[in-house]
Design a protein around this ligand. Structure first.
Ligand SMILES: Nc1ncnc2c1ncn2[C@@H]1O[C@H](COP(=O)(O)OP(=O)(O)OP(=O)(O)O)[C@@H](O)[C@H]1O
Length: 719
């Protein structure tokens, strides 16, 4: 049998340097193997050997998290009618929790009727009728309360989920690139997204309400059960025996080592086969790869590779949480075996007692049924309660996170100097200067830029050329402060870029990335978002589309500017595969339902690569060109014409050249012709450095790399 082994005993000889994570250093980090996963948990050596310290820590955390629950309640109270709905929801649940006890009382009375019948051979029919009606009434009330509860829960849950969903949306929307890319931040965001499909806030409310209801249910049931059973021979004893399995479960829950622990932990897998499996699965599931998959005849190869990977990954290759569950299940096996034996005890004791007092068998049989029945329900409630209490602190910690994710600090800190000082300043463009800039991407070992220095004065046109991976795009990303320099300085109109207010800086710069994407919104929104304050101005959107060369083909689309390139909400279909036959031989054909609902056969409208690029250019123009009151002084274009046909490229650059003198422009490009000849400054990059710079004529005279590539490209046009 596979065993999970811990690395705790394997003390590392390698001393850990401060700030360096060493997975072998078990004094700081405990390593556990879970299937194909390696789990690393931070040790808390100062507390580890103090008995009960982990429970104490959890309690302290619980106390610290409580204020957030209060804050959440106040927030919910501030929503329309939510106080009233919340009070109604809690009251209904509390009322509902009393019903089983009343029902139990009626069942107890029925037992008395049976006992009297056995002893005196007479039945009190009126009492029997009353008790039966009472028991039925209880069921009715229980159902009714459940129904009213669900009617109240619907609007309440929906309002709470919407409110906190919006908060979470805000929290995600405000994060910068570096912060959002951090997997720890991703995990934090995911952990508050939902619990069991519910929003965290609503999940907490329903959890607490059911916890209170459950406690009340248990207390009232215990009181009634004790009252009913006190006169039954062995009643209380049998009830206790029925509870034993549940109690053993509770001991299980109390045992240390909840897993993974509450503290800091991270898990990774290095199992190549498992990683390949996951990659191939995502490859075939993501529609974005379908064209290449089909055109490249890859299906057969992919299926074989997947089967091979499944075989190599072994039996225990599963996703992380499945592996955790698996680990749990294995570790609890002896306890579960013990529990199963315990559950037989009441029947054994009953049989022994029946041998001892044969005349009491009917009464004892009735009480046994009552006791086992009630105890089972009761034990279930108790179990639920234990489970829920076990996750209370986790739930509260999630509520706290729900508020904290709104304050995750961005890794690119905001500056406080307003920019520009006066609006006229940007009207003639922005001066951009790099001074001895070194830059390494987060997590990378190599520098993407090394000692890069250049200056582009106001209103001038700069073109960056160079080989793949030489750092051209990186310069543009640093100019808009997606990242901060590792060393050196970037100046915008003479001021250190890090001191400027980010919002102002990004308002003054318009950028078109090489790897631009289109948003899962309509074409209108895709262009409009280039300038959020004017995003709903249809005239400006149309003008931007005209300037970007997109207007003509958009107008030819059936839904014009309302077209979605990819519908963000999918249509749903039944699971019968088209072209097959139903059980009764009818062919499965979706056309009739599809036509009735005016649904399409595809969820995306395909545009050509060049059309996509025209849309992206239009979005950039939306901000920088269309508005007369545009605050943009610097335009950054990363390969803006890579997918454009020669006419479109010519027209685009002609339009852009007109902006010279009023906007500073920086292009990254592999094409030397149209732009470089007119550029005020050309930067030729190689291997993360600027190796040549100057005007076109100057660089040709230099007879360096630029001249070599220029000649290479020019030769293509020579006879
Ligand atoms: N997000 C990233 N994380 C880590 N490294 C990156 C990242 N983006 C780029 N790099 C690396 O930085 C270096 C410079 O990349 P950059 O994109 O600036 O090159 P480029 O000159 O624009 O290339 P191309 O002509 O192919 O567009 C490359 O070595 C690249 O691998």
């Amino acid at each position: 049998m596979r065993r999970a082994h811990t690395g705790r005993s394997k003390r590392s000889k390698i001393s850990s340097r401060k700030g360096t994570f060493n997975p072998e250093d078990t004094t700081r980090v405990k390593h556990t193997r879970l299937g194909v996963w390696d789990l690393y948990e931070e040790n808390a050596p100062e507390l580890e050997y103090v008995p009960g310290s982990s429970k104490l820590e959890a309690l302290l955390q619980l106390k610290n998290n409580l204020p957030y629950v209060w804050r959440m309640l106040l927030d919910i109270g501030s929503l329309k009618s939510c106080w009233i709905l919340l009070i109604a929801y809690c009251s209904i649940n509390i009322a509902w929790s009393f019903v089983p006890a009343v029902s139990l009382w009626y069942t107890g009375q029925l037992l008395n009727v049976v006992q009297t019948a056995v002893e005196s051979r007479t039945v009190d029919k009126a009492l029997l009728a009353r008790m039966t009606l009472g028991a039925l009434g209880c069921k009715l009330v229980e159902r009714l309360l459940q129904y009213i509860g669900s009617q109240v829960a619907r609007p309440l849950g929906s309002r709470v989920n919407k409110h906190f969903g919006t908060r979470l949306f805000e929290a995600r929307a405000r994060l910068d690139v570096v912060t959002f890319d951090d997997p720890a931040v991703q995990r934090q965001l995911d952990s508050v997204a939902s619990t069991n499909g519910q929003g965290v806030a609503w999940g907490t409310i329903s959890m607490f309400t059911s916890l209170i209801a459950m406690s009340l249910k248990i207390i009232t049931q215990v009181s009634v059960l004790a009252e009913v059973l006190k006169n039954q021979r062995d009643g209380l004893f049998l009830a206790f025996l029925c509870m034993l399995p549940t109690l053993s479960d509770y001991m299980d829950l109390l045992s240390p080592g909840s897993f993974p622990g509450r503290g800091v932990w991270a898990a990774t897998t290095k199992n190549e086969a498992f990683i390949t499996m996951a990659g191939l699965a995502s490859f075939i599931n993501d529609g974005a790869h379908r064209k290449e998959l089909v055109a490249g005849n890859m299906a057969e190869y992919i299926i074989t590779s997947y089967k091979q990977a499944v075989k190599e990954a072994g039996d225990y290759a599963a996703d992380f949480w499945e592996s955790v569950r698996d680990f749990w299940n294995q570790s609890g096996t002896p306890a579960r075996f013990f529990r199963d034996c315990l559950s037989l005890l009441p029947q054994i004791i009953f049989a022994l007692r029946a041998v001892q007092y044969p005349q009491d068998i009917p009464v004892s049989l009735a009480s046994l049924t009552l006791i086992t029945d009630t105890s089972k329900r009761f034990a279930w409630a108790l179990r639920e309660l234990f489970h829920k209490t076990g996750s209370i602190s986790e739930q509260l910690a999630t509520v706290r996170k729900l508020y904290e994710v709104g304050h995750i600090p961005n890794k690119v800190p905001d500056g406080d100097v307003p920019f520009p000082e006066n609006e006229q300043q940007v009207k003639a463009g922005i001066t951009l200067e790099f001074r001895h800039v070194y830059f390494r991407y987060p997590g990378a070992t190599d520098f993407a830029l090394q000692d890069v220095s250049f200056k582009v004065p106001q209103g001038q046109l700069c073109v960056i050329v160079g080989s793949n991976g030489s750092g051209k795009s990186t310069i543009l990303k640093l100019a808009i402060r997606l990242y901060d320099v590792t060393d050196g300085q970037i100046l915008v109109d003479g001021k250190d870029i890090r001191t400027l207010r980010l919002k102002d800086l990004r308002q003054a710069i318009s950028v078109l990335f090489q790897d631009y994407t289109h948003f899962p919104l309509s074409i209108r929104d895709n262009i409009g978002l280039g300038d959020p304050p004017n995003a709903t101005d249809d005239d400006k959107i149309r003008l931007a589309a005209r300037l970007g060369g997109a207007e003509e083909f958009v107008d030819r689309l059936p839904e014009k500017f309302d077209t979605y390139l990819r519908r963000p909400v999918q249509d749903y279909y039944s699971s019968l595969p088209e072209g097959t036959k139903t059980l009764f031989g009818r062919p499965v054909d979706y056309n009739s339902v599809r036509n009735a609902g005016r649904m399409g056969t595809t969820s995306s409208s395909s545009l050509s690569g060049g059309q996509m690029q025209r849309l992206a250019v239009s979005r950039t123009f939306m901000r920088s060109v269309v508005s007369e009151d545009s605050q943009v002084g610097l335009l950054l274009f990363d390969e803006p014409s890579a997918s454009l046909d020669p006419t479109a490229e010519h027209d685009l650059f002609k339009r852009l050249r007109l902006l010279r003198g009023s906007k500073t422009m920086i292009f990254s490009s592999h094409r030397f012709g149209n732009l470089t000849r007119d550029a005020d400054i050309i930067l030729y990059m190689n291997d993360s450095q600027i190796v040549e710079s100057g005007r076109h004529d100057e660089l040709l005279k230099l007879q360096g790399e630029y001249a070599r590539i220029w000649t290479l490209q020019a030769q293509a046009f020579l006879p």
